[in-house]
Design a binder for this molecule. Structure first.
Ligand code: G3I
Length: 318
């Protein structure tokens, strides 16, 4: 018994969730679980570029501030997500010349990070997100195609200049196990740190699916990154399944959640685990993967699932 956050805190870790501003503004059950169970939050969308700077020079922080204020009221930390990404970035950014794009990136980072630099709740940022393609090559995004790989180092340097205390992360998906993509990430982080680029942490998103199997070398992968001197963390955990739910799928899903939490608990350099939402009522999964869903730890009526118990017991050391 006892909420997830109590157990996580006593192990020196965070247990986080992504928050959506809609239900946060008008659903009591959503707010109650978000505040009671988690000690860290990430904005699911509200801190992204399209939300914070929809047109050039016009910064809008209403959604971001709502998340930060909620976290402050509830003694939670905030992980900023995300500064430089190819998705959810307005068209005006994508069509800039190289010189103007680099300047716009630096202005965006200094303004968004700078807004919260003196706020003790905001402790970390995903500085760049999903810079690799699925083979571990640099993703052919407008960032890379316009600026080359140097946008990555420049983004981290701008973030450090805006907040000397925040932990600065690189974040990606399908890098949980040891594979060509996570090895490309490992090599990039190693190279950047060798060049003195201020990169402090690596985020494994953790968008898993029971039908694709569990990455059994997750802990080993965390350990090789830790040996580079960076923190690791699981940033967007969910475990989807083909619908409908069944008790056997729920059991498999619970095992995956337990395995992820246990891996983080076993690695000193793992700061914590964030789940990408908490209720199946609000999840990106059914919108993206037709016929799949039920990826989270509460059902759509805010009832705890076996995956909740698995996370709880793993955090509690059971
Ligand atoms: O806000 C608009 C609304 O005005 C409009 O009426 C509606 C119609 O579709 O769309 C709303 O925007 C949606 C937005 O979420 C906010 O709800 C977008 O369509 C939708 O595409 C967007 O999806 C988000 C997705 O990132 C976009 O790439 C998901 O909520 C969010 O969970 C997901 O999160 C990403 C992480 O940031 C990075 N890693 C992968 C992860 C899952 O895709």
């Amino acid at each position: 018994s006892g909420p997830l956050r109590t157990h996580a805190a006593s192990r020196g870790k965070f247990i986080g969730t992504a928050l959506a501003t809609g239900p946060l503004s008008n659903e009591t059950s959503y707010r109650n679980i978000a505040s009671t169970e988690f000690n860290q939050v990430t904005a699911e969308n509200a801190m992204k570029w399209e939300s914070t700077q929809p047109s050039q020079g016009q910064f809008t922080f209403s959604g971001a501030d709502a998340i930060v204020n909620f976290a402050t009221q509830n003694n939670q930390q905030v992980h900023g997500h995300t500064l430089v990404w190819h998705s959810q970035t307005p068209g005006w950014v994508q069509s800039l010349s190289a010189t103007a794009m680099r300047t716009a990136m630096q202005t965006h980072i200094s303004t968004v990070v700078g807004r919260y630099a003196d706020n003790p709740a905001v402790v970390s940022w995903d500085v760049v997100n999903e810079v690799f393609d699925d083979n571990g090559n640099m993703r052919s995004s407008f960032w890379y195609n316009t600026l080359g790989e140097s946008f990555i180092a420049d983004a981290f340097r701008a973030a450090r200049a805006a907040d000397s205390n925040a932990r600065l992360c690189i974040n990606d998906y399908n890098v949980e196990g040891i594979n060509s993509k996570s090895t490309a990430m490992y090599n990039l982080v190693s190279r950047l740190r060798g060049q003195g680029v201020p990169i402090d942490c690596v985020g494994f998103q953790g968008h898993l699916a029971i039908q694709y199997g569990f990455p059994n070398d997750l802990q080993q992968n965390m350990e090789r990154f830790a040996a580079l001197g960076v923190q690791v963390r699981v940033t967007e955990l969910d475990v989807r399944m083909q619908m409908p739910r069944s008790s056997s799928k729920d059991t498999t899903q619970a095992t995956y959640y337990r395995n992820v939490v246990n891996a983080c608990m076993a690695v000193t350099a793992c700061a914590g685990v964030t789940i990408w939402g908490f209720t199946d009522r609000y999840s990106w999964v059914p919108d993206t993967f037709s016929g799949e869903g039920a990826a989270l730890i509460y059902d759509e009526n805010y009832q705890r699932k076996p995956s909740y118990t698995a996370v709880h017991d793993a955090l509690a050391g059971g």
